[in-house]
Design a protein around this ligand. Sequence first.
Ligand code: ATP
Ligand code: MG
Length: 423
Amino acid sequence: MSKGPQRIRGTQDIWGEESERFATVAETFDRIRRLFAFQRIEIPVFEATEVFARSIGETTDIVSKEMYTFPDRGGDSLTLRPEFTAGICRAYLSEGWQQHAPIKLATHGPVFRYERPQKGRYRQFHQLDAEIIGSDSPLADVELLVMADQLLGELGIADGVTLQLNTLGDAETRDGWRTALVAHFEAHRGNLSEDSLARLDKNPLRILDSKDPRDRPIADSAPSIDDYLSGPAAEFFGRVTEGLDAAGVAWTRNARLVRGLDYYRHTAFEFVTDRLGAQGTVLAGGRYDGLIEALGGPFTPAVGWAAGIERLAMLIDKPARYEPIIAVVPDQPYLEAEAAALAHRLRAGGVAVDIAYRGSCKKRIEAAKKKGLDAVLLLREQSQSPRLHLTCYSGTDEERERLRLDIMSVTSSLYGGLSGKGT
Ligand code: ATP
Ligand code: MG
């Protein structure tokens, strides 16, 4: 390994097949968010620290120990976004997007958390994110869940992933359930982890979400929210599950599921797989009706989800797209400039072309094969005039024929026909 600067722990340099997988996940998401009429937005990578502290909640893992927070040169406290929801809600308020409510927004990009790096867990990772802000309808929850389901389906991983669904109820439900949870956890105080003892005062629900083995038996035997569900909260949940059933989205109830953020209400969900070891949650979200008020805005119901691109990319099959790239190779030095011009013309006509900058004809063909290019288009001298010859290395007969036609449509007026074998 070189002695020069190294990548920071928990970050990644992504290329080759991994990068193809990554792009497939992002492109599929972008296609599907369009089908569901979500607008694509971009928001800053950093925000004032209070944006996250106030909206995610001081007692969450993210705010209490995972944020990259630093003073800038002007002395303001800034934080690299650990997730998208808070920044999107800040934008919703500060940019006056209220006038468009209910508004459906989607984005994806890097987020940052100071965590212990391991497989599927990084310090800079990437999320897909979808939010519906300004609707209190269970149809919004259903729409987001159906969208997530279609995404996983089109990525080809729906079979190995289950939707776990819960309700966290309304304010009345939470008050009753919270009191019962506190009583239960107080009774087991001596056996709880330090983290959970701290949560007990501020946000006892989050103990249910603890990954500490000391907490698990106590969390698993805690009172169920079902015994405290108010009439309206039960009705809301019923409409969500009806909507999912009508759309044919499979789900299982997990009455212990809570979300990391403090401001969740009603619907909470995770899409979970057992194919990634401990890092099994690929997509998660819920309704966060309390969040925008916490940021200083008016009461605004909202619901959304985020998914880890890296975890999805690990699950999908190797992308088998056939978007051929060809090499244009001159077989005589004097044809060099003409070959380069031909390459540019093909690109302008929509054919992807790579060229070598030096080397013999034979070396260039070998290099093209080694790089995994799909075909070589040879520009060669024949009876004193340049002719084209195509050799394909990959693709079905049909795909080769399509490539040949694409090339012909650009080149036939200049070079006439296109000879070639394997096409
Ligand atoms: P976990 O329980 O795995 O820590 P989380 O509840 O902190 O996840 P969310 O805040 O809900 O995760 O983020 C949404 C999704 O982002 C997760 O479901 C997961 O797929 C992905 N994700 C979260 N943290 C990381 C990370 N450090 N590295 C890679 N992906 C991550
Ligand atoms: Mg986490």
